[in-house]
Ligand binder design. Structure first.
Ligand code: FES
Length: 164
C-alpha cells in the first residue's frame, strides 16, 4: 500500500497518543462485552483503495455512536464489535479516518488489537495495515475489511464490498 497523507498522520497521531480502538455500529448496535455485536452480513477481502476514503456505504450500514462507543470519539481509539456474526475491530485512525477489519488473526485465530495505525496480533506478532494487508508476521493472508467513515455522531461501518 502506498502511504497516504492521512495514513501518515494517523500513524503519527497514534504514536503520540498511544492509540485506542473504536467501533461503529448501525441500527442500534448491541455491545456484548468489550466487544459489541451489531448488524449482519458477509466479511469482505481487504480493500485495494485508500481505507480512509471508502466508497459510499450503502443502505445497510451500521452507525456506532460515540455515545455508545466513546472510544471511537478519540483518534487512536478502537472497539471490537460483531457484524453479521463475525468479530471486527473498528478503529479511529485519524480525525477524519475510521477503519474496520476482522478482529480474528488469519494465522491461528487470535483476537487482534489496534495500535499505532496497525492491527496487531498478540499471539505470534502478525501485523496488518489499515487496509487489512499483511505488514509482517507468520501469515500471508490479509484481513477482511469493511468500509467505515467518521460522521458527526459516530462511526458508520458499511457492508462488505461486492466481490470481496
Ligand atoms: S494467531 Fe496471530 S500471529 Fe499467530
Amino acid at each position: 500500500m502506498i502511504p497516504t497523507r492521512r495514513l501518515l498522520l494517523a500513524q503519527g497521531a497514534c504514536g503520540l497518543l498511544g492509540c485506542a480502538a473504536v467501533a461503529c455500529g448501525a441500527r442500534a448496535p448491541k455491545p456484548a462485552d468489550d466487544s459489541g455485536a451489531v448488524g449482519a452480513g458477509r466479511d469482505s477481502a481487504p480493500a485495494s483503495s485508500d481505507p480512509c476514503a471508502p466508497p459510499p456505504l450503502g443502505a445497510n450500514s451500521v452507525l456506532l455512536s460515540f455515545a455508545e462507543y466513546p472510544a471511537l470519539a478519540a483518534v487512536g481509539g478502537s472497539v471490537a464489535v460483531t457484524l453479521d456474526g463475525a468479530s471486527f475491530r473498528v478503529a479511529r485512525a485519524a480525525e477524519d479516518c475510521a477503519v474496520a477489519a476482522s478482529a480474528t488473526c488469519t494465522h491461528e485465530g487470535c483476537a487482534l488489537n489496534y495500535d499505532a495505525g496497525r492491527f496487531v496480533c498478540p499471539c505470534h506478532g502478525a501485523l496488518f495495515d489499515l487496509d487489512g494487508s499483511v505488514l509482517g508476521g507468520p501469515t500471508p493472508i490479509p484481513l477482511p475489511t469493511r468500509p467505515a467513515v467518521v460522521e458527526a455522531d459516530g462511526v458508520r461501518v458499511g457492508p462488505p464490498r461486492e466481490g470481496r
